[in-house]
Design a protein around this ligand. Structure first.
Ligand SMILES: Cc1cc2nc3c(=O)[nH]c(=O)nc-3n(C[C@H](O)[C@H](O)[C@H](O)COP(=O)(O)OP(=O)(O)OC[C@H]3O[C@@H](n4cnc5c(N)ncnc54)[C@H](O)[C@@H]3O)c2cc1C
Ligand SMILES: NC(=O)c1ccc[n+]([C@@H]2O[C@H](COP(=O)([O-])OP(=O)(O)OC[C@H]3O[C@@H](n4cnc5c(N)ncnc54)[C@H](O)[C@@H]3O)[C@@H](O)[C@H]2O)c1
Length: 469
């Protein structure tokens, strides 16, 4: 058997895993290089899985979902500690790592523990060096896939110390639940943690340099979220940029804003974006470049400037989601082996934001459609009008369908409220299969369910459109 690999994947996060498994299913000789001791990337070890497990603990222990039924003082545990929040995280991480390792083994994928870097590429063969405590080994590959992900962006003026000034990798290492918390960055990470800590009664100050949070999401939905945040006593400082952070002798921290204001708190989470993991790759050896944020440019098939070197997942930039990273890995792997039949339409990729309440959407926003001069109309259903909303005690959620006034084609689905991330997939299926708004009117949904929102929103939308259009 040839010692040349058909595919070497660098990074074992969701993007790398899916690429490796797809290639192996095609009968290819595949290896994955991972510099951490465990597989799974930021997704399993520091990002998605820990944060979503912590969120579940927050919702349960704070009794958040039942406060509107049993009163604002309802909670499952009186004094919630960081240890309570971290309790289940290690268990879920370990299980996910075990499942992933078993999957890779079952598919005969070789695992190399070490840091990968490029040595060179010649005549369609690329040399990848793997360095670990035992030394360095060079492997030859016909194709290489870079799936090295990202790490939290840092600043020399923000001294991350792991106990009072942390980034998202270190947040669970906070010894005590702070009374006051400063969160720098109103992106997805900053906003998700703002919701978690404020649900626990922590006084959060969220500082964001842009005029609004999560600019890629529908404005009305973000306004609803902002209302919730203010209602949970979150202080939002928009249009403010943090220049530096100081540790105070009494253990508190101070964020110094460009506007010369100062914000003091017990702890600070620095979440101003992420930086591609490219420093160790020696990209210059193969003539591949990255931008100032470590993102590698690729074409529609995820090829870099070198046709046999691909890049997928967070290291290529937006949308930086585990779900999308997996799909990019699968497509790149198919293309590497000449398989053009694997198709996927990014316009139907959903976005799930695990705020409290959660937000999920796909398709266009009202702002985008206005910009594009598309004649659209909106249908909205409020959870409070739906029996299941009342039963669950979520009376603030809403589901909004944006559709074309003339054709009734569905252009966007935007939801805020409990179950949004699951509920969105009903709209996604109808939208991607070419169904129209009328589908929801003609369909019978189980009663009482939140899915009924689709029917109510469709009626609401149709009532706004003249029968003569
Ligand atoms: C706090 C947080 C919460 C998130 N929540 C969600 C969510 O709810 N839903 C969602 O869809 N997405 C979420 N994400 C995003 C999601 O985690 C990423 O999109 C996903 O992990 C990207 O996958 P990836 O395979 O590209 O990279 P990663 O998961 O980052 O994996 C890259 C791997 O490559 C390894 N590596 C890097 N350089 C080298 C090298 N030179 N040699 C060998 N190995 C190397 C790294 O050690 C790492 O294991 C979240 C992210 C964070 C930080
Ligand atoms: N639910 C999910 O899918 C999920 C959850 C968490 C993270 N993620 C992914 O992780 C990635 C990184 O998230 P993130 O929130 O760190 O990055 P981000 O780039 O989305 O947001 C960073 C925010 O910080 C602001 N900012 C930057 N410097 C600042 C400063 N000095 N002062 C004040 N504000 C400043 C920016 O304007 C921006 O809004 C995202 O791309 C996201 O897709 C996804």
């Amino acid at each position: 058997m040839s010692s040349v690999y058909d595919l070497i994947v660098i990074g074992s996060g969701p993007a790398g895993q899916r690429a490796a498994i797809y290639a192996s299913k095609l009968g290819k000789k595949v290896a994955v290089v991972e510099m951490r001791e465990v597989v799974g990337g930021a997704c399993i070890n520091t990002g998605t899985i820990p944060s979503k497990t912590m969120r579940e603990a927050v919702l349960h222990l704070s009794g958040y979902n039942y406060k509107s039924i049993y009163g604002m003082n309802y909670r499952v545990k009186e004094r919630i500690t960081m240890a309570d929040l971290a309790f289940r995280v290690q268990h879920v991480i370990k299980t996910e790592v075990d499942v992933t390792e078993a999957q890779l083994q079952r598919n005969n994928i070789e695992m190399f523990v070490g840091t990968a870097s490029f040595e060179g590429t010649n005549d369609g063969i690329t040399q990848v060096k793997v360095t670990n405590s035992r030394g360095a080994t060079i492997y030859d590959a016909k194709n290489v896939l870079i799936a090295t992900g990202t790490k939290p962006a840092s600043s020399p003026k923000v001294p991350i110390n792991g106990h009072s000034i942390v980034n998202s990798d270190l947040i669970l290492e906070l010894k005590n639940l702070p009374k006051t918390l400063i969160i720098v960055g109103g992106g997805v990470i900053g906003v998700e943690y703002t919701c978690m800590f404020s649900a626990l009664g922590v006084r959060v100050t969220l500082i964001e340099r842009r005029p609004r949070l999560l600019e890629f999401a529908d404005q009305e939905i973000i306004e609803a979220l902002s209302y919730h945040l203010r209602d949970s006593r979150v202080t939002m400082r928009m249009n403010e940029e943090v220049e530096s952070v100081d540790e105070m002798p009494d253990g508190t921290v101070v964020a110094n804003l460009e506007s010369k204001k100062k914000v003091q708190g017990d702890a600070l989470l620095y979440a101003v974006g992420r930086q591609g993991n490219v420093d160790e790759l020696n990209l210059a050896a193969v003539g591949v470049e990255s931008d100032s944020r470590g993102r590698i440019p690729v074409d529609k098939d995820f090829r870099t400037k070198v046709p046999t070197i691909f890049a997928v997942g967070d290291v290529i930039g937006f949308p930086s989601l585990a779900s999308v990273s997996m799909e990019q890995g699968r497509i790149a792997s198919a293309r590497a082996f000449g398989d053009d039949t694997v198709l996927s339409n990014p316009s139907f990729y959903p976005y799930g934001i695990w705020t409290i309440p959660e937000i999920s959407f796909l398709g266009k926003t009202e702002e985008q459609l206005t910009e594009e001069d598309v004649p659209y109309e909106v249908g909205v259903a409020y959870y409070r009008e739906i029996a299941r909303g009342q039963i669950r005690g979520d009376t603030t959620g809403r589901l909004k369908i944006i559709f074309h006034r003339m054709t009734h084609a569905i252009l966007g689905i935007h939801i805020i409220g409990e179950g949004a991330s699951e509920l969105v997939h009903i709209g996604q299926a109808v939208m991607s299969l070419g169904g129209k708004l009328d589908y929801f009117v003609e369909t019978v949904f189980n009663y009482p369910t939140l899915a009924e929102c689709y029917k109510v929103a469709a009626f609401n939308g149709l009532n706004r459109v003249s029968k003569f259009e």
